[in-house]
Design a binder for this molecule. Structure first.
Ligand SMILES: [Zn+2]
Length: 524
């Protein structure tokens, strides 16, 4: 019967086809989405404004400027109610105004350095000696107390770097995708837990972090000028930089310690020189700024209103986090996802589709510091936080779709354990199989905003994306810039997101939820 329907549809040139079970797809509109997305894409122009023109989008004026640009752009495209919505108090915003670090003895060498987020400043250009700390047990710190004033602190690091024998960029192979499609729920998590060397590594990182926190506190108390940090992966000119956002809290003491991430090659050279008792001098000039005039966090929201009298109260959401870290312009994390989501609604709006359900775009802030924008949106709108039950508005959300895994094209979707959604999404992927999107996996994926929905049982999904250079070069680095964006991949992603959102908005039923979540589960 189903095959006959499909064949009949093709023979009659009907624009509504039934794939498999019961998914009626509006093939004429899906085809128009593809034409618009391929031939008149604006995704790279949007990405250019979010990155090159705007700059870093860390919490503060950098983020707010980008958010306002998005609001105006979305309004210009004809979306309704485009706005910045405050989700609550964040704390102080922050920006870098200047950063310079060099070694001046035993000879001059400039260094690659970026302040960690919410770092303080030096008072203009300062010359400084290094205080080299070789102990890493917290009780030994007290021995350094009187020696810290006007010093730059360097903690000994024992690791070595190794050359990269593997290519920086890759895509999922067919075998990898097939494996993901065949995996059972939770299998990935179990593997991680079973890995004892991973556990040891995490334990070592945690104790190192505790030590670093105590070190910073002491350094501030005793008037040190700065502290240098690195990571084993911060090599070949690529620095991995995030930061200490405890300093964003109101009432935290004014911070004039320059907290700098530097290239691992520079770092290890300084360690070797200090161990050999070669006199080393540094000079540094770091200026950062804290903003306490507006301590709120803001999300960007915009709608394409639904048209079906019975279904327009229901909402299909799509989103991405717009905020970034600050070492570069956050191109792959996550101007890419934001530009893809904006392009998806631009395509739908340009085609003049009349969705049955309301389509709502959300661009989140504070994701990098803990999913703050999306978590608070859910708390403010979708869940009664006293009971952990969904509000009427929460019950009306059919699904939330997220993009936050870099510039790579979409290869499929993570079901997040929602088995009932699997057959639906498999059918939705069929018309875009030829674009490389084929895989539906029961697996969970973590670390981003769909979790804010999923934890309360609202169907929340993240797409599977090719990694490209995400983990090797761009994710949270000083190389996360426009030139690392892949235009063809982003066009493909926008087309697939627009198709999914359109299908979800037109479907007779909402996307099925996982079994209801108890209050106890939701608070875990
Ligand atoms: Zn990130």
């Amino acid at each position: 019967m189903k095959n006959k329907l499909l064949v009949a549809g093709l023979l009659l040139g009907s624009s509504v086809l039934a794939y498999g079970q019961d998914e009626k797809l509006d093939m004429a509109t899906l085809d128009k989405i593809r034409q618009e997305g391929m031939q008149r894409s604006q995704v790279m122009e949007t990405a250019f404004y979010l990155t090159d023109v705007n700059g870093p989008r860390i919490q503060g004026p950098g983020y707010v400027k980008a958010a306002n640009w998005c609001k105006d752009k979305l309004t210009g495209w004809g979306l309704q109610n485009a706005k910045l919505e405050a989700w609550g108090d964040w704390g102080k915003g922050w920006a870098v105004e200047r950063c310079y670090l060099a070694m001046t003895a035993p000879y001059y060498k400039s260094m690659i350095a970026v302040p960690r987020a919410w770092s303080g400043s030096t008072n203009k250009l300062q010359a400084a000696d290094i205080l080299f700390i070789s102990e890493t047990d917290t009780t030994a710190l007290e021995n350094y107390r009187s020696k810290l004033k006007n010093k730059v602190i360097l903690l000994d690091q024992s690791f070595r770097i190794s050359p990269s024998f593997k290519a920086d960029a890759d895509r999922f192979t067919d075998e990898e995708l097939q494996k993901m499609a065949g995996e059972a729920a939770g299998s990935r998590g179990q593997r991680m837990q079973g890995d004892s060397s991973m556990r040891r590594l995490m334990q070592a990182m945690r104790s190192r972090n505790v030590f670093n926190q105590k070190m910073r506190k002491l350094a501030k108390q005793e008037g040190a000028l700065g502290i240098l940090n690195t990571t084993q992966t911060s090599k070949d000119g690529t620095l991995f930089v995030s930061g200490d956002y405890a300093n964003a809290a109101l009432g935290s003491t004014p911070d004039d310690l320059a907290d700098l991430s530097i290239a691992v090659e520079d770092y290890l050279m300084l360690c070797r020189l200090m161990k050999a008792n070669v006199p080393v001098k540094l000079e540094l000039d770091v200026k950062t700024k804290f903003f306490a005039d507006d301590i709120k966090g803001y999300n960007v929201l915009a709608d394409i209103p639904g048209t079906d009298p019975k279904l327009k109260e229901e909402v299909v959401m799509l989103g991405a986090h717009l905020d970034s870290w600050h070492a570069a312009t956050g191109a792959t994390d996550n101007a890419a996802g934001s530009a893809v989501m904006m392009e998806a609604v631009r395509i739908l709006k340009t085609l003049g589709v009349k969705p049955r359900r309301t389509i709502r775009l959300a661009l989140w802030s504070g994701e990098e510091q803990g999913l703050h924008g999306s978590k608070n949106y859910v708390a403010n709108h979708l869940v009664n936080t006293a009971t952990n039950q969904l509000t009427k508005e929460g019950q009306n959300v059919s699904a939330y779709f997220n993009v936050d895994n870099g510039t790579g094209k979409i290869r499929g979707i993570y079901l997040q354990g929602n088995e009932a959604a699997g057959p639906i999404f498999s059918q939705w992927l069929k018309p875009v199989n030829d674009l490389g999107a084929t895989t539906v996996t029961i697996q969970n994926t973590g670390g981003t905003d769909h979790l804010s929905f999923d934890r309360f049982g609202i169907p929340g999904f993240q797409f599977i994306q090719d990694r490209i250079e995400y983990n090797t070069r761009t994710h949270h680095t000083n190389m996360d810039t426009y030139d690392h964006l892949q235009p063809d991949d982003l066009k493909q992603a926008a087309i697939i997101v627009a198709s999914f959102v359109y299908n979800a908005a037109m479907r007779d039923q909402k996307i099925p939820a996982k079994q209801p979540v108890t209050a106890q589960q939701a608070t875990r």
